[in-house]
Each structure stands twice: as structure tokens, then as C-alpha cells.
Design a protein around this ligand. Structure first.
Ligand code: DGL
Length: 270
């Protein structure tokens, strides 16, 4: 058994890197649907069907616990999967809640009524499907009042990263930050609401400037997972080394992953 980590492609590796640093003994199976990335321009039904199939694969292959290390899949599929019922002994968790708890200064699982928080103006950078789902705003409204969120759908960024065209990805990030600033000139905080974006965190930070606090998910998700596993140690599993699976071309995906994680990663066909 192991913990499963699922993303549409390479973005979940940013979460995997933080999980490995925080929980070095946790066995993981990573699954990237690279053949079908990006998810962020697909319909919610399509994303739900693909996510559900991959999560069920991971459940059937030894992962009792699956992390959707993908905001787009979390936005389009998580609630629907949980409401439809998860098999006994299995869990699927998303990546929104740890981020929103950090933004709203809450401890894990603090379900007290929404209240005023220090941050009032938030810029959300995410995929087109995540932005149109308004899932981030919905989760935020459960916890905070009076927060103004301006969302920027960052078209093209995930495609460029998956294609390995980081020059294009950087240029697109700068232009999306400019577009956001035309709508909200002075955000106090920025949310990198796609797990691919931490690969460009320096570019976001430089474009946003030093006055904007940037919230990036990998370390927040890893901390929250460590907390969850502390309370549910039976979910750890007893697998061995990490395994990396892809629906795409394993050689190509391995090259990109090795470049991003700065160590040799070898993907196999799922
Ligand atoms: N990494 C996914 C996310 O967090 C990516 C999206 C995509 O495939 O468009 O939203």
C-alpha cells in the first residue's frame, strides 16, 4: 500500500516534492494523466470522469489514500466523488482546504463560523475551469467574511509547462499578472491555485512585487497531510520505493520530471 498522488500532468510533482521532504518514509504512487493534460480547459463532467477513473485505479492498486494534487480536479470532481460515496477504508483529499485555512489563519479542521480576517484583497491565479467553478470562493466563504477575490484564468500556462516551453510559460505568467493588476491594482495576497504554478513561483513573485504575500500549495498540503496521517496512521501503507505512472510518453515525462525535481525520475506507462 502507498499514498496515491494524482494530477493531470507534471504539476502534482510540486506537491510530491514537498510531501517527500515532510514525510520521507511515506510510500507514494504518483499518477499523471499527461496524455490528457491540460484539464483546465475541459468541461467539469469530463474532468470528473477522468479523475474518478484514475482515483479508482489508485485505490485498486494499493493506495487507500489518494491526494488530488490538482486544483482543477479538486474543483470539478472532489465534492461530487465524496457525495457519491467513497468505498469503505478509502479516502480522497483535495488541495484547496489547506490553502484556505492558511489564508484565513485557521487550524486544521476549525469549522467555526466565518469571521473577518486580516487579508481583504486576494488575487487568485488558476486554470480557466477552476476559476469558473468558483470552488475557491465557495470554500473561502465558509471560513471568512469580507474578502474580495479577483480571479485570473491563466490560459496557456499549463500547456507551456507540459510542453517544456518555460520561456513561453514565464511570458504568460507576466501577462496574467498584468491582467490581474488591471482589475485589482493592489492585492494583499496572491494564491497560486494550480499545482503547476509553483514551478514558476519566482516569476509570479517578481511580477507581483514584494508587497504581495504569495500562498503556494505544496508545503501547506504536505503539512496538512502530515497532520492527517498523524491522526490516521493506518492510511500510510507499507509500500516500498515511490512509483511514477503516466498515461503519456514515459520517456518524455521522465525527462521533464527529472528537470523539475532535479533528480532522476523514471515514469512507467500506467
Ligand atoms: N495542476 C493542475 C491544477 O492544479 C492543472 C491543471 C491542468 O491540467 O490544466 O489545477
Amino acid at each position: 500500500m502507498a499514498a496515491g498522488i494524482f494530477d493531470s500532468g507534471l504539476g502534482g510533482l510540486t506537491v510530491l516534492g514537498a510531501i517527500e521532504a515532510r514525510l520521507p518514509d511515506l510510500p507514494v504512487i504518483y499518477l499523471g494523466d499527461n496524455a490528457n493534460a491540460p484539464y483546465g480547459v475541459r468541461s467539469p463532467d469530463d474532468i470528473h470522469a477522468r479523475t474518478k477513473a484514475h482515483v479508482e485505479y489508485l485505490w485498486a492498486n494499493g493506495c487507500d489514500l489518494v491526494i488530488l494534487a490538482c486544483n482543477t480536479a479538486s474543483a470539478a470532481a472532489l465534492r461530487r466523488m465524496q457525495e457519491a460515496g467513497v468505498p469503505k477504508g478509502k479516502r480522497v483529499l483535495g488541495v484547496f482546504v489547506p490553502l484556505i485555512e492558511a489564508l484565513t489563519e485557521r487550524q486544521w479542521g476549525d469549522n467555526s463560523p466565518p469571521r473577518e480576517v486580516a487579508i481583504k484583497h486576494v488575487a487568485l491565479f488558476a486554470t480557466p475551469t477552476t476559476v469558473s467553478s468558483r470552488a475557491f470562493q465557495r470554500e473561502l466563504a465558509f471560513r471568512a467574511i469580507g474578502v474580495d477575490v479577483e480571479a485570473q484564468a491563466c490560459g496557456g500556462v499549463v500547456d507551456a509547462i507540459e510542453d517544456g516551453d518555460m520561456i513561453l510559460a514565464e511570458a504568460l505568467v507576466r501577462s496574467h499578472v498584468e491582467a490581474l493588476r488591471r482589475k485589482m491594482p493592489d492585492p494583499q495576497a496572491a494564491i497560486l491555485g494550480c499545482t503547476h504554478y509553483p514551478l514558476l513561483e519566482d516569476v509570479f513573485r517578481a511580477a507581483l512585487g514584494p508587497k504581495v504575500s504569495v500562498f503556494s500549495q505544496p508545503a501547506l498540503v504536505a503539512d496538512s497531510l502530515a497532520d492527517y496521517i498523524g491522526r490516521h496512521p493506518q492510511m500510510i501503507g507499507d509500500g516500498e520505493a515511490a512509483r511514477f505512472l503516466t498515461t503519456g510518453d514515459p520517456a518524455r515525462v521522465s525527462d521533464r520530471a527529472t528537470q523539475f525535481l532535479k533528480r532522476s525520475i523514471s515514469f512507467e506507462t500506467v
